[in-house]
Write a protein that binds this ligand. Structure first.
Ligand SMILES: *[C@@H]1O[C@H](CO)[C@@H](O)[C@H](O)[C@H]1NC(C)=O
Length: 381
């Protein structure tokens, strides 16, 4: 694998040098035209279902060495299926089988890719659809990790570091941006907010709790909230109530149920993230969220524990560090770094661990333009 990686690097350099004599293979053009149609269809909403069998057939029939982009899409399709099987619940065996297909297909795509690089062929129309290298490595590694193949997963992510896509294996954004300092797994409020914001957040927790309790008493508790369906957790006991999504205020929830919470945590009050959320996240005991790394470095994520003390062996891990939620306390973490959650039991304050989550623009971004873009600047927050 190490050999393969350094080979990839060498070949990546080779691709920058145009081949002396282009070597188009005339037999491939019909194949390419058909394949491009299917790739285009794959990209339409829910088009992947119809296009998957066609893409698979296309790889089987095709002139071999050219179809690594198609293979990436097939792997991506399996990846989506695995997520759906996870969300459906109770289909772990099917999910595992699908994850094995994800892994096998990415692996095949990689080896065809390496061969393709060595040919130095620049006439390859499928390139128009090529998946981001970071996406490939993120999904491929995640699938390995879900199957318990940790060492193999790390090798895949290390490729990303060796190819200069990421600084650290543990943090795997779609696009790495420069930050000030080394980057920590967790931050205290004081490290990211001005004093007056820290005070405002801390002094608001009691009021947030009151609004939550009133909501529960009015029969609008977590049982009525939306179940999380990202396909990342192993039980059906993770629910969320969004207050803001990408700066967009959920008017009814904010006006009628969480007036104070929305005011304090609305994105304008602490340079919230342009793309991010403010929400309640509620988990029951016996909930496990498998390791995943968020796609963007543009935001940091604030957690404030509102209700529900968790047992001593419940934790959130970010990178190499584990923390617990202390009711009334808050912390911030870098969501682009791998994180994992295990709630074994809720020992006090009811059956739910209730956390308020708010995304803020990453204050450690080095370039002020990056920061300005990351920050929510709309009105009405
Ligand atoms: C699925 O894979 C995981 C990770 O290897 C394993 O722990 C689990 O038992 C598997 N589930 C089934 C039903 O095979």
């Amino acid at each position: 694998m190490i050999l393969l990686t350094s080979l990839t690097l060498i070949l990546l350099l080779a691709i920058l040098i145009p081949p002396t004599s282009p070597s188009p293979s005339p037999t491939s053009s019909d194949h390419d035209i058909q394949t491009l149609k299917h790739l285009k269809q794959f990209r339409t909403p829910s088009g992947f279902r119809q296009s998957m069998p066609k893409l698979i057939a296309s790889v089987r029939k095709g002139p071999g060495k050219r179809d690594w982009v198609t293979m990436q899409y097939i792997a991506g399709g399996y990846h989506q299926m695995a997520r759906k099987l996870n969300s459906a619940g109770g289909l772990e065996e099917e999910e595992n089988q699908t994850l094995k297909l994800v892994v096998a297909t990415y692996k095949m795509a990689e080896s065809v890719y390496v061969d393709w690089l060595s040919l130095g062929e620049d006439d390859y129309p499928q390139l128009e659809y090529v998946m981001e290298r970071t996406t490939v490595l993120r999904h491929w590694g995640d699938a390995l990790k879900s199957l318990g193949m940790e060492d193999e997963a790390e090798m895949v992510w290390r490729k990303g570091v060796e190819e200069g896509l990421w600084k650290r294996e543990m943090c795997r954004p779609e696009r790495e941006v420069e930050v000030v300092g080394e980057g920590k797994w967790f931050y205290e409020l004081e490290e990211v907010f001005e004093t007056k914001v820290v005070e405002r957040i801390r002094s608001s927790i009691e009021g947030v709790r009151e609004e939550y309790v009133a909501d529960v008493e009015a029969g609008r508790g977590p049982e009525t909230w939306k179940k999380e369906e990202a396909g990342l957790h192993s039980t059906k006991s993770w629910s969320q109530l969004p207050l803001y999504v990408d700066g967009d205020r959920k008017t009814v929830v904010c006006d009628e149920r969480y007036k104070k919470t929305c005011e304090v945590f609305g994105p304008k009050n602490f340079d919230g993230a342009a793309k991010g959320q403010v929400k309640f996240s509620v988990m029951e005991g016996n909930t496990y969220v498998r390791p995943h790394a968020g796609p963007t470095m543009e935001r940091l994520r604030l957690h404030c524990s509102i209700v529900g003390a968790v047992g001593a062996d419940s934790w959130i891990r970010v990178g190499n560090e584990k923390r617990r939620w202390d009711v009334g306390g808050c912390f911030v973490f870098d969501e682009s770094c791998e994180h994992e959650v295990s709630i074994t039991e809720v020992v006090d304050g009811g059956e739910y661990r209730v956390v308020l989550i708010a995304d803020l623009a990453n204050v450690f971004l080095k370039d002020f333009d990056d920061y300005r873009e990351a920050r929510w600047e709309g009105g009405g927050g």
